[in-house]
Design a protein around this ligand. Structure first.
Ligand SMILES: Nc1nc2c(ncn2[C@@H]2O[C@H](COP(=O)(O)OP(=O)(O)OP(=O)(O)O)[C@@H](O)[C@H]2O)c(=O)[nH]1
Ligand SMILES: [Mg+2]
Length: 438
């Protein structure tokens, strides 16, 4: 059997669970007993990738306040339709769960209602999937009203799709990880009630979106360029925002520390004012119900003049993270903007390590923590903000009005005025786009 022992070493001392961190193998101070889980994945091809993904699942669990007991990977041509893991493996886990007094099993993919129910029956313990764990973290970390609504809507959609057929597995969920957010009583409510709730939440979100659009229009009329900081979770986006703007946004060694976008201003050396927006991090196998939540949270990035794509260059999975971020940006229609790839955490790397990203306009190696490379990054920001933009002051014929939407997306519309001859716009736009106008 393939197992990694242990992810987090733990033992009981004086009735308190003592935790030994996996990465540093260092003993940390006593923490209260947390929920303990077995992490399981089906590998359909690359087994190594399945182990790596389980490591990330362990980090997610740590963020949610749980402890991972050990990891299991089962190689199968495809996950079992009825039980996710093979039935034999599931039966093995029943025994292990008992021996280790596990609070449950977390599977590294999104499971169907019947997979959860069946696996829970065979293993005799609670079964959670990756999506539920991520949603749980989001529920605990959302701060703004919109953030909370977005998470609730994603949770309700997840539950809606699974209400039929969850049966006993739901009641086994009890309290704790996997049950935070809108509350357990709603689990029992019927699909119609949930549907109604989703509608109310969507309307509320729509309303907030309108308010945000108005605020953005006001901002864009000031013609202050905006720079969005995006990247994989835990890459150092918030630390970079703090460094660039002298603010103190929460940054910590947890996944999804930031959920709600934060915007702060800074003044570049040439006197130009710039707005930097810190955004929610991405993750591999992002639950599809959350993509919508990401879409609205990342709306700001969609209107940005420049994207800073922060990568934790010290992470062995940096290549995969880079790809996940590009794919997610493309899914969200935010691709194709001027982008600087920011290879962060250089302080943890060999000085001469070279990083390149041929998919972006520039690459800079920095340490957001020590400040190394920040000056070089600032000069690249200044260069790209000014190099790629030209000022347009012209009248667009009504027949060509669609170009305005393009300018809005890729550039910055300073003003628009409807006249007899067409729409008089003043805008900053990428050179490629301005060529289309004239
Ligand atoms: N050594 C080192 N650590 C860094 C650097 N930048 C950030 N960190 C650490 O990396 C961890 C994550 O940093 P954050 O700034 O919270 O990362 P984030 O991308 O905002 O993460 P989420 O909001 O959770 O997606 C924190 O523990 C930071 O102290 C760096 O340049 N060097
Ligand atoms: Mg952050």
């Amino acid at each position: 059997m393939n197992e990694h022992f242990p992810i987090t070493d733990s033992c009981i001392e004086d009735g308190i669970l003592v935790n030994v961190l996996r990465k540093e193998s260092e003993r940390v101070e006593n923490i209260p007993v947390s929920e303990k889980y077995i992490l399981a994945a089906v590998a359909t091809g690359d087994e190594e990738a399945a182990w790596d993904s389980l490591d990330e699942l362990a980090d997610l669990l740590d963020t949610a306040g749980g402890i991972s007991l050990f990891q299991v990977v089962q190689n199968l041509p495809h996950p079992d339709r009825a039980t996710y893991l093979g039935k034999g493996k599931a039966a093995e886990l029943r025994e292990k769960a008992e021996i280790h007094e596990a609070d449950g099993i977390i599977c590294d993919d999104e499971l169907t209602a019947s997979q959860i129910r069946n696996l829970s029956e065979i293993t005799g313990t609670k079964v959670i999937d990756r999506t539920t764990l991520i949603l749980d973290i989001f529920a605990a970390h959302a701060r703004t009203r919109e953030g909370k609504l977005q998470v609730e809507i994603a949770q309700q959609k997840y539950r809606y799709a699974r209400l039929r057929g969850m049966g006993e597995a739901l009641s086994r969920l009890g309290a704790g990880i996997g049950t935070r957010g809108p509350g357990e009583t709603k689990l029992e409510t019927d699909r119609r009630v949930i549907q109604k709730r989703i509608k109310i939440l969507s309307d509320d979100i729509e309303e907030m979106k309108r308010a945000r659009n108005t605020a953005r229009k006001k901002r864009s009329s000031n013609a202050v360029p905006t720079v969005a900081i995006v990247g994989y979770t835990n890459a150092g986006k918030s630390t970079l925002l703090n460094n660039l703007t002298g603010s103190e946004v929460l940054s910590e060694d947890k996944l999804f520390a930031t959920l709600d976008p934060t915007t702060r201003s800074a003044v570049l050396d040439n006197g130009q004012k710039v707005l930097f927006t810190d955004t929610v991090g991405f993750i591999n196998k992002l639950p599809h119900n959350l993509v919508d939540a990401f879409r609205s949270t990342l709306e700001e990035a969609g209107y940005a003049d420049l994207i800073l794509h922060v990568v934790d260059a010290s992470d062995p999975q940096a290549e995969l993270h880079l790809k996940v971020v590009y794919d997610t940006l493309a899914d969200l229609d935010i691709g194709g903007k001027p982008t600087i790839t920011v290879w962060n955490k250089a302080d943890l790397l060999d000085e001469d390590a070279i990083f390149r990203d041929f998919g972006s306009d520039a690459s800079v190696k920095i340490s957001a923590k020590t400040g190394q490379g920040i000056d070089a990054l600032l000069s690249e920001i200044t260069r790209l903000l000014n190099e790629n933009r030209v000022f347009i002051d012209t009248v667009i014929p009504y027949s060509n009005a669609a170009i305005i939407a393009e300018i809005r997306r890729a550039g910055q519309l300073v003003s628009e005025e409807y006249t007899e001859d067409g729409i008089h716009i003043r805008a900053y736009a990428p050179r490629t786009l301005s060529n289309k106008v004239f």
